[in-house]
Each structure stands twice: as structure tokens, then as C-alpha cells.
Design a protein around this ligand. Sequence first.
Ligand SMILES: N[C@@H](Cc1ccccc1)C(=O)O
Length: 504
Amino acid sequence: MKLPETQLALLEAASATEQRTVAQFAGELGEDTAAVTRAAFELEEAGLLAVDEHVAEDVALTEEGERYREAGLPELRLRAAAVEAGADAEPAEMGRLIGASGLEGPEVDIALSNLARKGYGSIEGGAVQLGADPKYDPDEDPEAEALDDIADGNAGYLDSGILDRLESRGLIERTETTVRSVTLTDDGVTALMEGVEATETVSAVTPELLTSGEWREVEFTEYNVEADAETVHSGKEHILRQTANRVKNVLVGMGFQEMEGPHADADFWINDCLFMPQDHPARTHWDRFALDVPLMDDLPEDLMERVEDAHRNGVGTEGDGYHSPWSEDFARAVALRGHTTSLSMRYLSGHAVGELEPPQRYFSVEKVYRNDTLDPTHLLEFFQIEGWVMAEELSVRDLMGTFTEFYEQFGITDLEFKPHYNPYTEPSFELFGKHPETGELIEIGNSGIFREEVLSPLGVDCDVMAWGLALERLLMLMYGFEDIRDVHGTLCDLDLLRNVEVVY
Ligand SMILES: N[C@@H](Cc1ccccc1)C(=O)O
């Protein structure tokens, strides 16, 4: 009989009476586990080996668990400091104990809650009183001992209650692995007695094999497509980036051109051009990220004058200004843009790519920054899908039709529109879509038709409809997750990102 080298080595190393694991053979034979596993399955298929599988749990300390094993559990360190301070008689002041125990940051809360849970002590009025009747002997704290056992490789002796507790404290990590053990079958023993030789097998066709014609003679390794393989998380494009690119493709397909421009921009482009009064609440430091950099000096003077005039006096014979303060320095101050409508202003003004004649369609899919409170639907930065259409005559039907056409390409067909107010558009509409999991209506964008007060200073004398849509909200509707922080930031759900199906 002839067998490929690894199979032959495994067959010869295996015993009919003693079970040994694939990992042990891999060590002995100096081969990698995957190759030995593959060989074991092939020999099992040929009836020469028996492969036995069972699931084993592996327990390891996390980085935090390792730290506590060395320095002591926070509750034990706090208790030790309290004993030192005589807190078994008189309550000892917390601040002092924290200093003495060397606990830092989140360790303090961890120490306090576990101190109470284990009955080592209680906290009242900012002082620690040691408990008369603790649940455990602090010198034999079961969690501290379990950490040592785990570090010494003796996790097998621990009961699952303590492991659950340590796991919920984030001090250990449990993983399940399939352990495969191998023994020779009778047929295997017979084969070995009759003699087995190595066939050299080739796992890949090389240019040399092809040119020499040797490929005709060699034996190729068989692939076992059913064998377990290690899960490989290869790098891939983040779904947010994937969707941003898809949005760009869709908009280009609808005849739009892409805008570019600075993330940090003058308030002039971000707000003043949009007929946002300088005392508007959104322009205070509570909402925006101001930057401590010099004022922007290359702003078009004539446009600045016309914008100031619109703010002060309004536009047209019926127009009235804001009667609110106007300062040039305020307009020149630089901040992170809170929307990409700053880009629309740069383009519409002729400042970015020269004067534009209708019809025109422009878009961007870019980051914006807002000083919002983080919650499931708000981040401090997000991607906005900005866009506008310039034409002689536009109506709300054009706006709605554009959104219907755009969102349809992402499978979203139940848009709802709500009248809204923006200082720069009239009429204005907020857009809503239904969350596929919760059925809740979520806001996905804001839109409208630019007012005369915006267009006239820019020198545009036809209609312009415009919008800002949230890319992350579009993603929520497409993929059904409920918390925006699942897809980016430090709390992101890696499993979701790795396994989410790409929707086309
Ligand atoms: N700038 C608006 C979106 C918008 C753009 C253009 C016109 C109308 C609305 C926002 O960020 O919400």
C-alpha cells in the first residue's frame, strides 16, 4: 500500500491500544495540526484509523485576570487597606483607603461592589466598615484561588459556578475546541504489517511541473472539502465603506457628480451662506467643534458682502433681515463642519469649479461632526449623503421622486415625508424609513428647496433642491441593527462586522 507522507507518518505513530490526540501527533511529527487532522480524516475514511472527537473547554485568564492575579483582586486589596486602617473597629474613610490600596480608575468601583457582595465589608457615608461575618475567608478567597488554578493549568478542577462568576467579571475567557484522538483500527494494523510505503504527493501545480510534463506522473493530494478548517477572518471592506461606495455608484448612475472640500471650514461656508443667523443656537459651542486655528482669510469678499446684506436686510423688496448681530470674524472662524452643505455652498457659489449653469446635479458622501450626546442613533461624527439638483423649475414632487428612486436601489420603498423647518430651505422635509426589525419610523434625512436668501447672494437664479441624508441610518434600515455603535467606534460588534452579509 502507498500513502502520502503525512498519512504514513501518522499511521506509523498511532497505536491500536492508546488514544492520543491529533495535537500530540502534530508535536511529535513536527507537522502542523491542520495537516495532521486532514491526514487523520483521510485514514479514517480508508478505514485504517479510528478518530474520536470530543469538545473540550479551554479556560484562560484575560489581561485583567492576569493583572489581578499578580496584584490581588481589587476587593481584597481594599480589604487589606481597611484592615490596616483598623476598619474592623471604626469605619475608615474611603479616600484614604483608596490611596493606601493603590486602586485606580474603574478598580475602585469593582473593589466596592465585590467587597459588599462577598460580605467583606460595607460602605456607608463614604466610609468602609469591615463585615463581621464575611462569606469567605479572605485568605482563601475562592475567586483569587481559582485565578491561580487557571494560571497553573488546573482549571479542570473548578466548578462551573466559579468559572461563570469569573467570566462575568471579565477575568477569564472560555473557548471550546474539538479534540480529536486517534487509534489504529484492525485494518490499520494489518496494513502496517503488510508494509506501507510513502507516495510523494503534490499539493499544487507549478510552472515547472507543467513545462517538464511531470504533472502527468505525480500524485496530487486529495482535498477533503468536508474537513474542519480554521476560521480565517481576513481583512475586508467595512460595511459602512461598502455602502458609501454603493451610494456613490447609485448617485453617479443617476447623473450626479462628486463634490470635495475641507472637513474643517470657515463658518461662512458652513452657516452664513445658508442664511443661518449668527446667533442661531446651532452655532454655539455646545453644538459645534470649534478649532483653535487662525481665521480663514481666503473668502470671496463680494460674496461675503452679499451674504452679510441678506442677513441684515433680507432679499427682495419684501425681504427683511434677521436684525441679529453680524461679525466678519465670526464668519471667518474655522470649525469642523456639522454638515456637508458647506460643500454645496462652495460649489453653488462658483468658488469650487466655476460658475454653474443649470441643469446640474452634485453629491458627496463625507464625514460630518456634531457635538451630540452619544446614543443608539447618534454619534459625534457620521457620514452625510449630501446632494443637490439645480434646474430652471423644480418642485417638491421632484424632491420626493429623487428620494424614491434613490432609496429603491437599496430596497427601501416605504419612505415617509414630514414637513420641517430649516433656515435655508422652504419648503423643508424630513425623511423617515421603517426599521426592518423594530418597525419604528426612524429619521433618515433632511431636505428642501433653497430659499432666495441663500441662492440670491450665491448668484444662482434658478431652483435648487437639496438634502443631507445619514449614511449610518441607511445602513440601519438595510441591515437591521439597532445601535449605530455596533458598526463603528470602540463598542462595535466585531461578529456583526465579520459575518454580516453584503446586500446587493
Ligand atoms: N444640512 C441639513 C441637510 C440639508 C441639506 C440641504 C438642504 C436641506 C437640508 C442637515 O444637516 O440636516
